[in-house]
Write a protein that binds this ligand. Structure first.
Ligand code: URA
Ligand code: SF4
Length: 229
């Protein structure tokens, strides 16, 4: 019996996926990046998505939250974390006492990847290849914002940024220094809170997520009080 290797079929031809680097603007500002990303064809994901969704927030935001990719609502709105997962994130930031205007939100992949099921567009996990192709945008955001605190949301983003063996379930809420930021945290993706099978489990997942962000809030206040900025 011959079994096709599923990974193989996902790897685009090199000429189809040159990576984002050649689409980066000469001007190294968030505004220039945001204007340029709309024309990115660094991997095939631009074809089916409505638009690229760049990060959002001021360039002096002290906290950067990095998710996986825009969802259905974000693809339509052109802004990150404005749909159901964004509402969970906003609630967690409020509980943690982290001011929303101190937070820059973005994703490791800027175009929505999905499969159609009837009228619905169901999120598809980006491949390591697509994440690598998109990385120049995130690298620019990290360089321009230079956040003191980075929070990586979900296993896909965490494994691509913190190593393939990284386990958010084990390491969630733990602060560490990484090349991303001197204070780096990882936690589950806020969308996973909504996917818990029943209301009781959703509640538990939501509280665990909030608790992780409370750790981030404590770090944020510690840095503020010691003269961060
Ligand atoms: N999920 C993400 O990872 N990012 C978004 O922007 C929205 C949902
Ligand atoms: Fe470019 Fe990233 Fe979109 Fe691929 S997902 S086309 S690399 S912006």
């Amino acid at each position: 019996m011959s079994v096709a290797h599923p990974r193989r079929t996902q790897i685009p031809e090199p000429e189809e996926a040159p990576g984002a680097q050649r689409f980066l603007p000469a001007e190294h500002t968030l505004g220039a990046m945001r204007a340029a990303v709309v024309a990115c064809q660094g991997c095939p994901l631009y074809r089916d998505a409505t638009q690229a969704v760049f990060g959002e927030g001021v360039d002096h935001a002290r906290v950067m939250m990095i998710g996986e990719q825009p969802g259905d609502s974000e693809d339509l709105a052109g802004k990150p974390f404005v749909g159901p997962a964004g509402h969970v994130l906003d609630a967690a930031l409020a509980v943690a006492g982290i001011p929303r205007d101190e937070v820059y939100v973005t994703n490791v992949v800027k175009h929505f990847k999905f499969t159609r099921r009837g009228k619905r567009r169901i999120h598809d996990k980006p491949t390591q290849y697509e994440i690598a192709a998109c990385r120049p945008w995130l690298v620019s955001e990290l360089a321009l914002v230079a956040p003191d605190i980075v929070v990586v949301l979900g296993a896909t983003a965490a494994q691509s940024l913190l190593g393939r063996t990284f386990r958010v379930t084990k390491e969630r809420g733990v602060e560490r220094a990484t090349p991303l930021a001197p204070h780096t945290f990882a936690t589950v993706h806020p969308a996973s809170v909504l996917r818990a099978p029943d209301e009781a489990q959703r509640q538990i997942a939501r509280e665990a997520f909030f608790a992780d962000l409370v750790m981030v809030g404590a770090c944020y206040r510690r840095l503020r009080s010691t003269g961060m900025h």
